[in-house]
Design a protein around this ligand. Structure first.
Ligand code: AMP
Ligand code: ZN
Length: 112
């Protein structure tokens, strides 16, 4: 996707602070952190949102959750953390490339 910020990050066209990478997944620090730990985990394949997931993406999403769990541990989030996925306009999705926010490092308030 030519106009996708996260695809540009994957291609190295936009700099990012990477914390994990494999052949299918990339994780990097959010540019505007809302908590002491705020990491975004994304598939390297462009998928616009949760709404665009297909059956053959099930394994990839499962792997993303393993990466999220491992990053939580590596970042010392032993008291817990939050994983957020915003989907579409009402969900508050700004970047149209599937991503999961890993948030932690303080007690998070409940907000909708
Ligand atoms: P969402 O509202 O769920 O689409 O979240 C998009 C997130 O991407 C926001 O938390 C932004 O701060 C973050 N973001 C946007 N551009 C960049 C970038 N170039 N590097 C890192 N994070 C970014
Ligand atoms: Zn993309």
């Amino acid at each position: 996707m030519e106009d996708c910020t996260f695809c540009k990050i994957i291609k190295g066209e936009i700099p990012s602070n990477k914390v994990y990478e494999d052949d299918e997944i990339l994780a990097f620090k959010d540019i505007n952190p809302l908590a002491p730990v705020h990491i975004l985990v994304i598939p390297k394949k462009h998928i616009s949102s949760t709404d665009d997931l297909e059956e053959n993406d099930e394994k990839l999403v499962g792997k993303i959750f393993t990466v999220l769990k491992n990053l939580a541990k590596e970042n010392g989030l032993k008291n817990g953390y939050r994983i957020v996925n915003n989907c579409g306009k009402d969900g508050g999705q700004e970047v149209k490339h599937l991503h999961f926010h890993l948030l932690g490092g303080r007690k998070l308030e409940i907000k909708v």
